[in-house]
Design a protein around this ligand. Structure first.
Ligand SMILES: NC(=O)C1=CN([C@@H]2O[C@H](COP(=O)(O)OP(=O)(O)OC[C@H]3O[C@@H](n4cnc5c(N)ncnc54)[C@H](O)[C@@H]3O)[C@@H](O)[C@H]2O)C=CC1
Ligand SMILES: N[C@@H](CC=O)C(=O)O
Length: 812
């Protein structure tokens, strides 16, 4: 959404648009710059009837806690109180105009008077009212800034509608809360609600505990039936392990609900177990995204299919206790597990593992039941993923990773989504990395989109199932999209390549580039490869957008690789900058390894001085066949029918295709030049060059006479006709040309199989005896095969690529 869109929607009837909830944590609202970023996110991502839930501005809640503690200990609160008021006044002054700033400053002043009196008189009974100020100030300020600059909004105190049982039991009374929310919400205004606070049945202020604002956001989603909740925070998603400990951790783009819940239960710092509770009954999707990098796709939690269910992650905790007692029997253990939901337990040995913070309540309960219990500090490490507890392969890998580590005899969990091992000593970073490596080493999921389902695209798809089966590096490659010029079939859970074209026929829908790019920006794969098998210049112009997103490209299409020097250099630089790989083995010589050979020569320290040959399969086929016994146009139509020519054969006959190929090879050989630097002789008469393809084909017999005359002249000199490409460097000067030539009948260029290409490379190492590469340079099998070779090459490169994890405060 733009600001304009947001304002435009302010006239829309609330209820017509699905509600989304956005929650911003304290660090996202810590300074005026952070709040500006939040405003920008609101402008781009919110609609007018959405709900924005805020935490207190970063650091404020801690200061309120400190004030309560000081007051409780009868110590002076004057200085910290002043400093807090000064900080908040600063934010107000930086963000609002004079009039609004004065108004909010007055409200703040009144609040601080009340706060001082509570601190002085009865801090104990007002503790939660005091803590609630953090969220109130934050919501009030954000709402005022929005009102001043962006759109109508109103700040609401969640205590006016969220009713919970008690501070200890934060279960929500949804009917009452929903009714109360209906009363206070305002039409045509963005709602800015306080997180973290609610009221209990007695009307007392309560806080919702750790990650309480996230819980508030999902409660509000449940109250309003919101479609999405986004937790805008300081991390850009949930990772397969803590990225501060495990640098190789991968972002989990999509987490099934149950797996997310288990991660929360085991102490994931981003996903608190309460947060997910209100979503159990609803189809709401939860997103975790970074407010510091809002364009990067985060993690989505919801109901997903096969691919998301394959993801594994590793988590650990050193803050756990092993509970044991001589008197503990299976009955008391089952009662205890019911009551305390331990992390894991062992019925046979009457043991259970709990979080450290549960020690007091567990100890009291056991004292009343079985007498003495012992608590031993231990650690846990867990593999988490969809139904891993019943996946033999995952269990085996987990055990293998731990085979040299001392573990206690508990490898079980209370959840079907985790396997847990209890460690007698702390879980070291080395062990976490080792287990993570073992669990996730093969799990990089690569999505592939094929654009262009014509002659070559179709063959590429036919070969794909066998390649995935036989090339181990393609094991985690998933065909996820098919594009023709008008229709698209995108399936994030993968399209079975065996039925891809049939599915495309049945299910593909009209699309435009904007829709495609929007989807690509938030694709859920570790890597995404777009395979361009179109002849389209327009499609090649999308490469810039692909590279900006770190998407890789395999191009059989020659447009981008033969674009102007400035554009081409910009593209390669953009790809390098964003870690995108761009391969185009088939742009010259179809599947022939000429591109590899030139790269290899340069790696060997060689310098290339000249490249010449026959680079067009179509023209090779035509001139090898053309002996005057049948008209040239008849041969041309036959080449087209066999898929040997470009969709518009004038790309071949005009020499343009060959000119492009010479340019691509010269660039590979290390030279800087453009198409204009290559002299090109067109074989298309001027009067046929501006017709549509259909019209040209209908008038193709006009080619017959001029070609017959050229052939006659060549024959008179005991030569034949060939279309030759050549570039040389002479005295440092580049000379490049493509055109028709008379070639001696004995010359290698005169004796090819129809359709063959030939490349003659002269270099420092191959000077007197040039390197020759020869073979079919066009056709379905060799070209589709060449694209497959690029796919394997990219996947090999990607298998060793490390993700750069961005962690606020560490590498950002
Ligand atoms: N035919 C051959 O032997 C070789 C072909 N190539 C290159 O491979 C590409 C494809 O060639 P063919 O399959 O023979 O052509 P084709 O004409 O049979 O197929 C091209 C397909 O691309 C589709 N298309 C056009 N614009 C599109 C867009 N914007 N988005 C998605 N799809 C689009 C067309 O509808 C058509 O189905 C061309 O760039 C060609 O230069 C490269 C080496 C050899
Ligand atoms: N028309 C081209 C096809 C491949 O690029 C050729 O004939 O070489």
């Amino acid at each position: 959404m733009t600001i304009e869109n947001l304002i435009k929607h302010s006239n829309a009837k609330p209820g017509k648009l699905a509600v989304n909830v956005h929650k911003f944590g304290g660090s996202s609202l810590a300074t005026s710059e952070c709040i500006e970023r939040v405003i920008d996110i609101i402008c781009r991502h919110c609609q007018i009837n959405d709900i924005v839930v805020v935490s207190a501005n970063g650091g404020v809640t801690d200061q309120l806690f400190t004030l309560c503690q000081l007051a409780k200990d009868d110590l002076s609160v004057e200085e910290p109180l002043e400093s807090l008021q000064f900080q908040l006044q600063g934010l107000i002054a930086q963000l609002l105009n004079e009039q609004n700033s004065a108004y909010l400053t007055q409200q703040l002043h009144d609040d601080f008077q009340l706060l001082s009196s509570w601190l002085a008189t009865d801090v104990k009974s007002h503790r939660n009212d005091i803590l609630a100020f953090g969220e109130i100030w934050s919501a009030r300020l954000l709402s005022a800034v929005l009102n001043e600059r962006i759109c109508p909004s109103h700040a609401v105190d969640a205590r006016d509608f969220i009713q919970i049982q008690s501070e200890q039991n934060t279960a929500v009374n949804y009917d009452i809360s929903r009714n109360q929310f209906e009363q206070i919400k305002q039409a045509h205004q963005l709602t800015i609600a306080t997180g973290y606070i609610a009221r209990d049945l007695e009307g007392r202020s309560c806080t919702l505990g750790r990650n309480g604002s996230d819980y508030s956001a999902t409660i509000m989603a449940a109250l309003t039936g919101a479609a999405n909740v986004t937790l805008w925070t300081d991390v850009d998603g949930i990772y397969s392990a803590d990225p501060r400990i495990v640098p190789a951790a991968r972002k989990l783009h999509r987490l099934p609900n149950g797996v997310a819940r288990e991660l929360g239960r085991l102490g994931n710092p981003v996903l608190h177990v309460n947060t997910l509770k209100p979503l159990d009954e609803h189809a709401t999707h939860l997103h975790v995204a970074s407010s510091f990098d809002s364009e990067t796709s985060g993690t989505e939690i919801g109901k997903f299919g096969f691919l998301a269910k394959q993801e594994l992650s590793v988590t650990y905790s050193n803050d756990v206790l092993l509970v044991s007692s001589e008197q503990l029997n299976s009955m008391t253990l089952s009662e205890a597990t019911e009551r305390f939901s331990p992390i894991c337990f062992d019925e046979r040995n009457a043991l259970m593992v709990i979080k450290q913070e549960q020690q007091k309540t567990v100890s009291q309960w056991f004292a009343s039941k079985v007498g003495e219990v012992t608590f031993k500090p231990v650690a846990i490490i867990a593999a988490v993923g969809h139904k891993v507890a019943s996946r033999g392969d995952v269990k085996a890998r987990f055990k293998r990773a731990l085979e040299n580590t001392k573990t206690l005899d508990i490898v079980s969990s209370t959840s079907e989504h985790s396997i847990i091992s209890v460690l007698p000593d702390t879980c070291s970073p080395e062990l976490t990395n080792l287990v993570h490596h073992e669990m996730t080493k093969d799990a990089k999921h690569i999505g592939v989109i094929v654009a262009g389902l014509g002659n070559i695209g179709e063959r590429f798809l036919e070969i794909l199932p066998a390649q995935i089966k036989n090339q181990s590096v393609l094991e985690n490659v998933h065909l996820v999209g098919l594009l023709s010029s008008q229709k698209a079939l995108i399936n994030t859970d993968g399209i079975n390549p065996k039925h891809a074209l049939v599915q495309f026929e049945k299910q593909a829908k009209d699309y435009d580039e904007e829709q495609l790019l929007t989807w690509l920006k938030s694709h859920p794969y570790d890597e995404l490869i777009v395979i361009d098998i179109t002849p389209s210049e327009r499609f090649s112009l999308l490469y810039r957008e692909f590279f900006k997103e770190g998407i890789h490209v395999i191009g059989a299409n020659k447009w981008a690789a033969s674009s102007s020097t400035e554009y081409f250099n910009g593209l390669t630089a953009l790809a390098a900058q964003n870690g995108s790989v761009w391969l185009g083995n088939t742009t010259v010589g179809a599947g022939l390894p000429v591109n590899f050979a030139i790269n290899d020569l340069r790696r060997s320290g060689d310098e290339i001085g000249a490249i010449s040959g026959i680079f067009s399969g179509t023209l090779s086929w035509l001139f090898e066949q053309y002996d005057g016994s049948q008209p040239f146009s008849k041969l041309l139509l036959s080449a087209l029918e066999q898929g040997l020519a470009e969709p518009d054969p004038r790309e071949d006959l005009s020499g343009r295709d060959v000119q492009r190929k010479l340019l691509i090879l010269a660039r590979l050989a290390g030279f800087t030049l453009s198409l204009e630097d290559i002299e090109c002789q067109s074989l298309v008469p001027e009067n046929l060059s501006h017709l549509s393809t259909q019209e040209f084909l209908a008038q193709a017999d006009e080619l017959d006479q001029p070609f017959a005359e050229e052939l006659e002249r060549a024959k008179e000199q005991n030569n034949c006709l060939r279309y030759i490409a050549k570039f040389t460097i002479e005295d440092g000067k580049l000379n490049a040309k493509v055109g028709l030539a008379f070639v001696d009948l004995e010359d290698a260029f005169a004796n090819l199989n129809p359709c063959d290409n030939i490349f003659k490379v002269e270099s420092q190492w191959y000077q007197t005896n040039p390197l020759i590469i020869q073979g079919p340079g066009a056709g379905r099998d060799v070209t589709a095969g060449g694209i497959h070779s690029d796919l394997v090459a990219i996947c090999e490169q990607l298998s060793t690529k490390q993700h750069q994890v961005k962690i606020k405060g560490i590498n950002e």
